[in-house]
Ligand binder design. Structure first.
Ligand code: AMP
Ligand code: GLY
Length: 426
């Protein structure tokens, strides 16, 4: 079987790694991939097409007899790549454009949750500065309030306003300065949820679903969850916060009604469903949905999957997801992201990378690349998040220590990483 993976991050490197492990798979194309997927060799090869070059990707899949395409990132989903591939008779893992609105439109997702009684923060929707500002001036809401651009903003479109003044400043930036352009034509203002965050990932054929182990991301740049929001600086799984009781509530109150609601409204949800949760005293509510796997969460949940990933993906496309194994290792995993100095703001690229030879020999350790480029065997930095270094262990402590031992052996000018990944779960 030939597989095409669309995207270029550490998530896609992990997807390629999991796909290549499958005995069913002969070739794994990654488009555009990164330095890590370029260096994998064996079944894996990069294709120089951007994730949003949909027609070229479809032509590539046709010319190369690709059997199954996996969409890693959100932009092609929002653009309707799944509809395009399916329309051309090609098998693809991901939601249609209409279903991907769970991520690409926060207004859609909030209104959907309200229609189906799915627990989430109370909210209001605004389409111009005047009504948003009037709401802020006149309402007696309790601060903080969370202000979100409705459209895709690469994780940067969420602001936590501590008082009225900050809220008005954010409205101004979104509606008047248009810092996110059309993505903030609609704005959601919602109540601040107390609690702790965790994410649950489902693979679904629209009706049946299978769950990966719950994970916890570290979204802030600094130790102790301080500083700016990033794409994610590290993760671990399973997250002890998601007890079996909490998980049962997540399934009954969130995942099942979400899939049923999407079916009932005429756009069944297929592919990966990412449920970002806030858990307060054992009660989960939805912070956000994403229409794909998380990055860096994928780098911990996929290595913990014992069953053949490709068998499960094929079953999700065939509608036989209930009939295949989906078992997990009884281990824990941690991943530490190494970023370019300055990320998530301005950073330099093109820095030479040195990885000690012994890292390749380290047991239960996987170095997933994100922003790297490989040119004639020379590895350089090419993005904000550069690596996601994963390790497995019998305990979380062991996974974390092992991951950091590998991280210390990877170097480039300005390399930065958090030193407290997983600490809050110990
Ligand atoms: P989102 O892109 O919607 O996941 O928001 C990004 C981050 O902002 C989340 O991971 C939370 O840390 C925070 N956040 C978003 N909405 C809320 C909320 N209603 N209450 C508290 N924190 C929130
Ligand atoms: N780690 C957060 C995300 O993938 O959206």
């Amino acid at each position: 079987m030939k597989v095409l993976i669309i995207g270029s991050g550490a998530r896609e490197h992990a997807l390629a790694w999991a796909a290549a492990k499958s005995e069913r798979v002969d070739i794994v194309f990654v488009s555009p991939g990164n330095g890590g997927t370029a260096l994998m060799g064996g079944k894996v090869r990069n294709v120089p097409l951007k994730a949003t070059a949909m027609n070229e990707l479809l032509a590539f899949a046709g010319d190369n007899n690709v059997d199954l395409t996996i969409v890693g990132s959100e932009q092609p989903l929002e653009l309707g790549i799944v509809d395009l591939f399916r329309g051309a008779g090609r098998q693809v893992v991901g939601p249609t454009q209409a279903a991907a609105r769970l991520e690409s439109s926060k207004v859609f997702s909030k209104e959907f949750m309200q229609r189906h009684g799915i627990p989430t923060a109370g909210y209001h929707v605004f389409r111009d500065a005047l009504s948003a500002n009037t709401h802020i001036e006149l309402s007696t809401t309790i601060y903080p309030q969370v202000i979100k651009a409705s459209g895709l903003c690469a994780g940067k479109g969420v602001f936590i306003a501590l008082d009225k003044k900050q809220a008005l400043t954010v409205n101004n930036a979104l509606f008047e300065d248009r810092i996110f352009g059309d993505a903030a034509d609609e704005v959601v203002i919602e109540d601040f949820l107390q609690g702790q965050e965790a994410s649950v990932f489902a693979l679904t054929d629209g009706t049946r679903y299978r769950l990966f182990l719950p994970a916890q991301d570290h979204k802030r740049i600094g130790n102790g969850d301080t500083g700016k929001n990033t794409g994610g600086m590290g993760a671990y799984a399973p997250a002890p916060l998601v007890t079996p009781e909490v998980l049962q509530k997540v399934e009954e109150r969130i995942i099942q009604p979400t899939l049923k609601g999407m079916r009932d409204e005429g756009y069944p949800y297929t592919g990966f469903l990412y449920v970002g949760l806030m858990i307060d005293q054992g009660e989960p509510s939805v912070v956000e949905y994403n229409a794909r796997l998380g990055d860096p969460e994928t780098q911990v949940v996929l290595p913990l999957l014992k069953s053949d990933f490709m068998v499960a993906l094929q079953a999700s496309v065939d509608g036989t997801l209930g009939e295949v194994p989906f078992e997990m290792y009884r281990k824990t995993a941690a991943t530490v992201v190494i970023a370019s100095g300055g990320y998530p703001d301005h950073y330099e690229t093109g820095r030479e990378i040195a990885i000690a030879d012994e890292v390749a020999e380290m047991e239960d350790c996987l170095v997933f690349h994100a922003g790297t480029a490989c040119d004639g065997g020379r590895l350089t930095t090419a993005g904000g998040r550069v690596f996601s270094v994963t390790a497995l262990g019998d305990t979380l402590r062991e996974s974390i220590d092992r991951a950091y031992r590998a991280v210390e052996k990877i170097g480039f000018d300005g390399a930065y990483y958090r030193t407290d990944i997983g600490a809050k779960a110990l």
